[in-house]
Ligand binder design. Sequence first.
Ligand SMILES: Nc1ncnc2c1ncn2[C@@H]1O[C@H](COP(=O)(O)OP(=O)(O)OP(=O)(O)O)[C@@H](O)[C@H]1O
Ligand SMILES: [Mg+2]
Length: 258
Amino acid sequence: MLSILVINSKGGSGKTTLSTNLASYYASRKFRTTILDYDPQGSCLQWLRVRPGHACTIHGANAAPPKGASTLHNLQKWVPVGTEVLVIDAPSGTRGLLLQEMVRRSNYIVVPVVPSPIDIHATADFIKDLFHIGGASPNKTKIAVVANRLRSNSPSREALECFLSSLKLPYLTSISDSDNYLRAAGKGLGVFEMDEADTFAERQEYLPILKWLDGQDIYCQMSDVDSKIVNMEESRKFALQRANVKAWHSPILRKAER
Ligand SMILES: Nc1ncnc2c1ncn2[C@@H]1O[C@H](COP(=O)(O)OP(=O)(O)OP(=O)(O)O)[C@@H](O)[C@H]1O
Ligand SMILES: [Mg+2]
């Protein structure tokens, strides 16, 4: 089972948006998909409630721990047998045993970060927690960072570039601040289920993430560039250049094409 944890302790970084779009992508490609919503706000479950009847089924599981509990017991019972893709939406402020629980259940961890000084600072602390408290192993757990809600004129763009280049973690792509994500969320859909012509840019932004989750080394490895500050626009071009759907003949896509 492909198990993807979308997490950042910072609130509003785009965890739920990323989770719903990933789940909708895999479901629309006929993978049996489950969303495990750990957030007491239940945003993913709410998204599922407005999902139209004709859209491919996604199982929603409420994994929010009961009030006062530090971990969730018997989590497995919430995930239907036969689930092929599990997307775990983490709440903000996740730490301690709950963080360990989520990390243990995932084979891929995606950390969205918004380019603002406060978010960057909080994310740096969180990534430390992820390794030290969460138990993520740099050798075993696959972790990558995604820049979210990027605008060309974002004032903290440079700070984000510095941060990403210092992380020594794969940086996959930058996701733009786009109303299409809001439109899709409002309909219970993901951008891969919206009109293709209208959402071409958003689909391209997601492809590097999907390829990485498919085991492909398509990301910018920050450690390769050492002290050099990576230009976000170059990274973006790099990601887009390689994001050619037709040339992507992975097993997961072959299944999608059947
Ligand atoms: N790329 C984007 N473009 C435009 N709006 C976005 C984008 N990503 C997220 N948003 C919006 O930003 C807000 C926060 O996003 P989201 O709920 O996904 O964050 P979160 O990390 O799950 O928040 P929380 O920590 O509260 O769970 C939402 O209104 C969402 O629609
Ligand atoms: Mg959320």
